[in-house]
Design a protein around this ligand. Structure first.
Ligand code: HEC
Length: 234
């Protein structure tokens, strides 16, 4: 009986020594960790160096034009200064929820038509840019409804060259941009009000571009084509 006690005691002392007795020894080898508990992580601590980046800083500068979380959003007076879509009297209308024509496309209880500010080259340019960013993926760069999404299985994309859409009131298109229509989602939370109108201007230009006739060409330029031949001379 006593023998087992001594063997047990010896093993216990051995265990105790192996656990505590080696403390203080220095070793270059990484410690044996049964449960590391994420004590050591492959990460950078704040304000430390890094030889990964050219400027040797582990902290990166924020991307130009972005706002870090927790910082104040720009106020509307900052937002409206010198924007590319400061068109005429509606420069302060961004995501307006007012009941006006400019923010709904409605005149009374029907769709209105007409662009609520002067259409200048800057408006068209902005419209082309916004159209190509937001609409061309589906509706196609020329408005035929054959954008890249149609090649990946999105069916039934509206073709702006159809007579129905040529005749459609500007206000109804505005409403479709804002709220969507059937399978098309709304873009009202992404596209500011002046940009929605600029896009409509550009859609009108796309529609006009596809139904040009010879009479649109100045008569001085018509000569090579007016000889009853439909094949243009190179
Ligand atoms: C993700 C693809 C997609 C994008 C992006 C998209 N549309 Fe559409 N759009 C559709 C589809 C699909 C339809 C057909 C909806 C239906 O009637 O079923 C449609 C229909 C329309 C119609 C016709 C609505 C009607 O009354 O028949 C208009 C106008 C229109 N889109 C304008 C736009 C404009 C302007 C943009 C850019 C701001 C845009 N769409 C962006 C998919 C898209």
């Amino acid at each position: 009986m006593l023998r087992y006690f001594f063997i047990g005691f010896f093993l216990f002392v051995l265990l105790l020594l192996s656990m505590t007795g080696l403390r203080g020894w220095k070793s270059k080898r990484p410690p044996i960790e049964l449960f590391p508990d994420m004590v050591r992580q492959t990460k950078y601590k704040a304000q430390t160096e890094s030889d990964f980046y050219a400027d040797n800083r582990s902290a990166r500068q924020h991307v130009v034009g972005t706002i870090p979380l927790g910082y104040a959003m720009p106020t509307s007076s900052q937002e409206n200064s010198g924007k590319d879509n400061d068109f005429g009297p509606y420069k302060n209308v961004r995501f307006s929820a007012s009941g006006d024509y400019v923010a709904t496309g409605r005149m009374g209880n029907q769709w209105g038509t007409g662009i609520p500010f002067e259409v200048t080259a800057a408006v068209m340019k902005r419209g082309r840019e916004r159209y190509n960013i937001n609409c061309a993926v589906c509706h196609g760069a020329t408005g035929f409804g054959n954008g890249i999404a149609s090649k990946y299985g999105l069916n039934g994309i509206a073709n702006f060259q159809q007579q129905r859409l040529r005749d459609m009131a500007d206000g109804e298109i505005f409403n479709t941009i804002t709220w969507g229509k059937n399978t098309m989602l709304g873009y009202g939370s992404n596209i500011q009000v002046p940009d929605r109108w600029a896009i409509i201007c550009y859609i009108r230009a796309l529609q006009r571009a596809q139904r040009g006739t010879l009479s649109d060409v100045p008569s001085s330029e018509q000569a090579p084509f007016s000889t009853n031949s439909t094949t243009p001379t190179p």
